[in-house]
Design a protein around this ligand. Structure first.
Ligand SMILES: [Zn+2]
Length: 311
């Protein structure tokens, strides 16, 4: 069911979250959306990309790409509360893409207390925390629909419904905090990372996966790249994202490109074809059973593993 939510979205000026209001910016792509775009469907997780976006600018100092002007954060938050979780069938693929990054993070982690995921929908990644010996697992997620679909993977798993903010979990309490395809949706990523840093115990690790503006897909598709989207307020590259983590106090922040392994069907969903073309190709793939094939591609994601200083 599609709910239309008409909101009077007021646009406000943004600045580079790393370099601050004094940094210069250049217009990269002009806005291509209308009021009707602010409905519940657009703000659902991993829906078919429609490539509508606010005006996108690039910071001349660090090359961060961001929406400017962009929607009022409180209105955006409201939309996320009503967002529908629509990616159930891709969960195993997403899990398999992200788990190797967590494996790398664990090599540096000396204590496995609380495993926290932010914005992970129904919380299916918490299984990783259970299987790798964390004492407790917490999903923090604003969507009501996700809360309804949450199934605890162990007696020590819980769901906290809300936007990740100061006080939602105690300071110095988490061993690992991960957030996958979340940072680009945050209206103030630097403040968000400060809170992540504060919530981690000494020696604790933050694990982030997000889009890479210097990835091959962004270079080839340019404005048609699915990363340029009304929901993505800030977009990063390997260099500026490491700098952003270090700017809030992380002692190390290693960033690297990561491959995604998804089914042919999923890649097709992301491709810049018309719905008709997609339907035709899907039919052919289904007949030949090629839709079930999986392949790996460095399609445009980066990961960051950042550690808080041990005291
Ligand atoms: Zn900048």
């Amino acid at each position: 069911m599609k709910h239309e939510m008409k909101l009077n979205m007021k646009l406000e000026e943004r600045f580079c979250t790393l370099c601050g209001p004094q940094a210069q910016k250049n217009v990269l792509y002009s806005a291509n959306f209308s009021d009707a775009d602010f409905n519940q469907q657009i703000f659902s997780a991993r829906r078919t990309p429609d490539r509508r976006h606010f005006q996108l600018v690039k910071c001349t100092a660090c090359e961060m790409i961001y929406s400017d002007p962009a929607g009022d954060p409180s209105k955006l938050a409201e939309l996320y509360h009503h967002g529908l979780v629509s990616y159930d069938t891709q969960e195993p693929e997403i899990y398999n893409s992200y788990a190797p990054v967590l494996d790398q993070a664990l090599k540096k982690l000396s204590h496995r207390g609380t495993f926290v995921e932010i914005g992970g929908g129904t919380g299916f990644m918490l299984r990783y925390g259970v299987e790798h010996g964390f004492r407790e697992q917490i999903e923090i997620e604003p969507s009501q629909d996700a809360e309804k679909k949450f199934r605890p993977v162990s007696p020590s798993s819980k769901f906290i419904r809300g936007i990740f903010d100061l006080g939602i979990i105690p300071p110095n309490s988490a061993s690992l905090i991960c957030f996958f395809q979340v940072l680009d949706h945050i209206t103030d990523p630097r403040s968000f990372l400060k809170i992540v840093h504060e919530a981690l115990e000494p020696g604790g690790i933050a694990v982030c996966i997000t889009h890479n503006t210097r990835a091959l897909s962004a270079k080839i598709l340019r404005e048609k790249s699915p990363i340029f989207d009304i929901e993505h307020t800030y977009l990063f590259n390997l260099k500026n994202i490491s700098a952003l983590f270090q700017s809030v106090g992380f002692s190390t922040a290693k960033s690297f490109s990561i491959p995604n392994k998804y089914s042919v069907k999923h890649w097709l969903n992301l491709a810049p074809f018309s719905p008709n073309t997609k339907a035709r190709v899907t039919k052919i793939l289904r007949k030949t059973r090629a839709d079930k094939l999986h392949f790996k591609l460095y399609a445009g994601n980066l990961a960051v593993i950042a550690q808080k200083e041990r005291s």
